[in-house]
Design a binder for this molecule. Structure first.
Ligand SMILES: CC(C)(COP(=O)(O)OP(=O)(O)OC[C@H]1O[C@@H](n2cnc3c(N)ncnc32)[C@H](O)[C@@H]1OP(=O)(O)O)[C@@H](O)C(=O)NCCC(=O)NCCS
Length: 147
């Protein structure tokens, strides 16, 4: 996709991020939580994907010593299956690895096969389970690690 731009998220992107968050998750983060993470949290790093000025996805990570805890991964429904999720995560990992992150982890619903396949393709594997982790339906979380 020739006009895909992947860049660091900025304050001006938070409204677009919130819109995608609501489209993608049954328990979305609030605008305030996203704003704090994107703009104010010095240990957080967010990347967005943009096509012709439209934000179409985002990923975020918290830097905890040499570990990267991936917080959010989302692509707006109309932009899926174009390798945007993969490209954003590759960029996030490349940039934060240069800043000293050696291992990455995340949680994913055990029914979320699209996301699990995306993560496995990037070298993540399942290393644990949090039973009943998700409040809305009591679904288990798989804990995945890379590195
Ligand atoms: C999961 C998500 C981020 C994937 O984003 P995406 O940009 O569509 O994914 P990509 O196009 O980069 O896919 C990369 C690979 O992941 C796998 N994948 C992605 N979507 C898939 C699907 N619906 N079914 C099966 N495999 C899928 C494939 O292996 C794909 O490679 P391929 O297209 O060459 O087969 C997107 O579906 C999404 O936003 N879902 C809702 C939010 C969410 O669940 N986030 C994760 C929370 S842990």
């Amino acid at each position: 996709m020739s006009d895909l731009i992947i860049r660091k998220a900025e304050e001006k992107d938070v409204s677009a991020i919130e819109k995608i968050e609501k489209q993608c998750f049954s328990i979305p983060w609030s605008y305030e939580s996203l704003y704090k993470d994107v703009v104010e949290n010095g240990l957080a790093f967010y990347v967005i994907a943009e096509i012709e000025g439209q934000v179409c996805g985002y990923v975020g990570v918290w830097k905890i010593l040499d570990e990267g805890h991936i917080t959010n991964v989302a692509v707006a429904p109309e932009f899926r299956r174009k390798h945007i999720g993969r490209a954003m995560l590759e960029t996030l990992i490349e940039v934060t690895a240069q800043a000293g992150i050696e291992r990455y982890t995340l949680e994913v619903r055990e029914s979320n096969q699209p996301a699990i396949s995306l993560y496995e393709g990037l070298g993540f594997s399942v290393e644990g389970v949090r039973p009943g982790y998700y409040e809305d339906n009591g679904e288990n979380a798989l804990i995945m690690w890379r590195g």
